[in-house]
Design a protein around this ligand. Structure first.
Ligand SMILES: [Fe+2]
Ligand SMILES: [Fe+2]
Length: 233
């Protein structure tokens, strides 16, 4: 199955037509489109309306997760409903199957990596932050455990590994993702992971169990100098 993956569209009211420029012919090459979050710039209904008009013209199954920017306006439930109503599959700790491939997705969260993972110690605010990070990973692991036979492709917004953060400031790493997500995926097994969010990161990496990870953020140079990445499962 050939797929197109992109993330960080950051649609504004003035963005009409942007998606078609970014995808530049992808529709002729692939069977489905995956979008790794930050669909809108500030999470406004009006921004999502512009994007949905552009999505309507794409005759492919579209699978997405929301990003942190889609939460900015406090309307993420409404945005999810708008997407769902227009036929886009929005994953939030769940999976869909298309042509025998399991697409499993969630936004993910921050929290850091490896031995520098944030720990639930001290102030309540730190504990809540850490709990959110762990809970997102747990929910993803449960969603993976519920999938049926067949290849598994994981869609995230936050990064599960540091490999694809190369190019970002090291100080930002804890806010760009968490290895708790990669550990959850490695425990259940997957064939491929895509994410966005790290606008200044790099395109490819892998988990400890060698699951390929692609940062498909549209600001990160992809193979063939495209804004999207061609993936095959
Ligand atoms: Fe973004
Ligand atoms: Fe983001």
């Amino acid at each position: 199955m050939k797929l197109a993956a992109i993330a960080d569209l950051h649609y504004r009211i003035s963005s009409a037509g942007l998606l078609h420029e970014l995808l530049a012919g992808a529709e002729r090459e692939v069977e489905a489109l995956m979008i790794g979050g930050d669909l809108t710039d500030t999470g406004l209904e009006a921004e999502m309306e512009v994007l949905i008009e552009d999505l309507r013209r794409i005759e492919l199954p579209i699978v997405t997760v929301l990003g942190n920017h889609d939460h900015e306006g406090g309307q993420h439930e409404l945005l999810t409903e708008m997407l769902t109503r227009s036929g886009v599959m929005v994953l939030e700790d769940n999976a869909v199957e298309i042509s025998g491939v399991n697409f499993v997705g969630t936004k993910g969260f921050c929290g850091g990596f490896g031995e520098h993972l944030i720990q639930p110690f001290g102030e309540q605010a730190i504990k809540r932050f850490t709990e959110e990070s762990a809970a997102e990973a747990n929910r993803l692991e449960n969603a993976l455990a519920r999938t049926s036979e067949g290849p598994r492709l994981v869609i995230l917004h936050y990064s599960p590994v540091i490999d694809t953060l190369t190019g970002e400031s090291v100080e930002l790493y804890p806010f760009l993702g968490t290895s708790r997500l990669a550990e959850a995926i490695d425990r259940q097994g997957a064939d491929m992971i895509i994410h966005g969010h790290a606008h200044n990161g790099s395109a490819a990496g892998a988990t400890a169990d060698c699951v390929p990870v692609y940062n498909v953020c549209r600001f990160v140079p992809q193979e063939g100098r495209r804004a999207w990445r061609l993936l095959e499962l």
